[in-house]
Design a protein around this ligand. Sequence first.
Ligand code: FES
Length: 117
Amino acid sequence: MLKKLLGLFGKRPVIVPDAAKLVEGEARTIEIGDLGSDGRQLLLCRVDGKVHALDTECPHGKGGRLVRGPLHEGRFAVCPLHNYKFDATTGRPKEVVCSDAKTYTCVERNGQIEVHL
Ligand code: FES
């Protein structure tokens, strides 16, 4: 428990440069750490001018991943395996019964995106 709490306070955000390259209604992937061990792949999305981050691991649980590119209707990240869509701002699924996609807090500052894991 203590280790978990200390971990919360000791983590620094991951900095992603060139925030301006992420245009409205678009999603791009970034990789953090070693994906073979404890690394993660995230999807950065810009909706209504704000940046949001989702884990690319699809909560449908069949091995699909949310993909980069234009967001569906400018707002929804897509997993092409079964075509499920997830609101990039909340992680909630659109019109299907499924768990939410995991989201992370993002702050855009000085042309960079800070992702808090
Ligand atoms: S695994 Fe993503 S929609 Fe089925």
